[in-house]
Design a protein around this ligand. Structure first.
Ligand code: FES
Length: 438
């Protein structure tokens, strides 16, 4: 797909067989818009608000789990989180156990948010990162400018439906077409995180832009729906690796030179239930790929381990657990440890409370003496924001729909929404509006 191809040519319909064939033959090349994707091509004018080019504006939608901005939002946040079977699979009892667990946990989690300043900073950082990235893209990718930043959270405001409503109000879709990029802010793909956000985005797209779900839509509005593409994973992007390596190096420099190379690096990622791991979820392998790439960048100067945090409930989760590992190291006399949040792109409760106030506090109680520390999260790192712009700019230039890997379902997946979502984002649903499974 050439960058010079007009936006209208992205409005293509891929056949079901193309999607199914694709699922059977996964390759590592990204899924690119192809001329044969288009049947019955429809000329759709680009959205025109603030438009300074033939193809823009382009909506850049940052997807993430989100967090409550105030302690009053904790209850709603948890109730959405425990209702999500993609994230916390509770089987047939989801609708009963989800509300029960979220109600029981709310007071404790409210206190944790109070202890980190009264709310999660994830919205502030997401909006900052998206907006700074768009400023860079306006310069590096003038063909698709202006780039407009949006944030869609899975469990907190702004929710996916709020973001979608805003897109329509801003002049995307509803007969005007326009291009939007769903850019996951989870560098490593999991069906619990990025998959869940895409399932939610697909659901709301169907409700708002599919005539089979929304009889109020005119034919022209349905034809001119938003054209979506997806950046679904970027675990080893060199800019991401550089940003992590910079923050680790900075923290290592806080140790005396004679012990610096013997500090153990503990890369910590959010754990997954073993039922999800055994289903074939790609996340553990992609997190390990990030860790390896960062270690390679650092020259393997320090010993390291990948450990897993934040497990909930009594079922089996992927280990070793971060807190146990730190305690065991400290008890064994290895007190110089740097914790690196390797699967989050900004601070939230898992870094500011769980690592800083629980894990490190406990280590100090065991005698770590302030020698267990944490690398700063990526937050406002210019290296990281440049990496985001590079990932997005390359995606726009190449006309990618999504990665090749996205079409492949987990070997143990029985969720029909995954199939419908993947078919849609890989091209079938772009203008066909035929996907009806909800
Ligand atoms: Fe992974 Fe459905 S659970 S594709």
């Amino acid at each position: 797909m050439s960058v010079h191809r007009p936006l209208q040519q992205l409005a293509k319909r891929a056949t079901t067989s193309q999607c199914l064939n694709f699922q059977q033959k996964a390759h590592h090349k990204p899924r690119i818009w192809q001329p044969q994707d288009r049947q019955m091509a429809t000329v759709i004018p680009p959205v025109t608000q603030d438009s300074t080019s033939s193809k823009g504006p382009t909506a850049m939608v940052f997807m993430n789990m989100g967090g409550p901005a105030t302690t009053d939002e904790v209850g709603d946040f948890l109730s959405r989180l425990f209702a999500d079977g993609d994230l916390i699979p509770l089987g047939a009892l989801q609708n009963y156990l989800g509300p029960l667990i979220s109600r029981r946990r709310t007071p404790k989690i409210k206190k944790q948010y109070a202890d980190i300043g009264g709310g999660s900073p994830i919205r502030k950082w997401s909006e900052y990162q998206a907006s700074e990235m768009c400023k860079i893209l306006d310069k590096t990718n003038p063909e698709t400018a202006p780039h407009k930043p949006y944030v869609a959270f899975r469990y907190a405001n702004p929710l996916t439906e709020e973001m979608y409503t805003q897109l329509l109000e801003d002049g995307f879709g509803k007969g005007k077409g326009g291009r939007a990029v769903a850019f996951t802010q989870y560098p490593q793909y999991s069906c619990s995180t990025t998959g869940s956000s895409l399932n939610e985005l697909w659901k709301w797209r169907q409700r708002m832009e599919s005539p089979t779900r929304n009889p109020n839509l005119s034919a022209a509005e349905a034809e001119g729906s938003i054209l979506w593409s997806v950046i679904d994973r970027w675990p080893t992007h060199p800019g991401l690796v550089d940003a992590f390596a910079e923050n680790i190096t900075k923290q290592l420099e806080s140790y005396p030179e004679d012990v610096r190379d013997s500090v153990v690096l503990l890369f910590s990622a959010h754990s997954l239930p073993m039922s999800v791991v055994n289903r074939g979820d790609p996340y553990p392998a992609e997190v390990a790929a990030t860790v390896w790439a960062v270690q390679q960048r650092l020259g393997f100067k320090n010993p390291y381990r990948l450990v897993w945090q934040s497990q909930v409930g009594p079922s089996a989760w992927l280990g070793a657990q971060t807190s146990d590992t730190v305690n065991n190291f400290v008890k064994a006399g290895q007190k110089d440890l740097v914790l690196i949040p390797i699967a989050f792109t900004s601070d939230h409760i898992e870094t500011l409370y769980e690592i800083d106030q629980e894990v490190i506090h406990e280590a100090n109680e065991l005698g770590a003496d302030g020698r267990v520390r944490r690398a700063e999260s990526l937050n406002g790192s210019p290296t990281f924001i440049n990496a985001l712009a590079n990932i997005a700019g390359t995606h726009l230039n190449n006309g990618e729909i999504c990665s090749r890997q996205m079409g492949l379902r987990c070997p143990g997946c029985v969720n029909e929404r995954c199939l419908a979502q993947k078919k849609f984002f890989m091209g079938q649903g772009q203008q066909a509006n035929t996907a009806t499974t909800l």
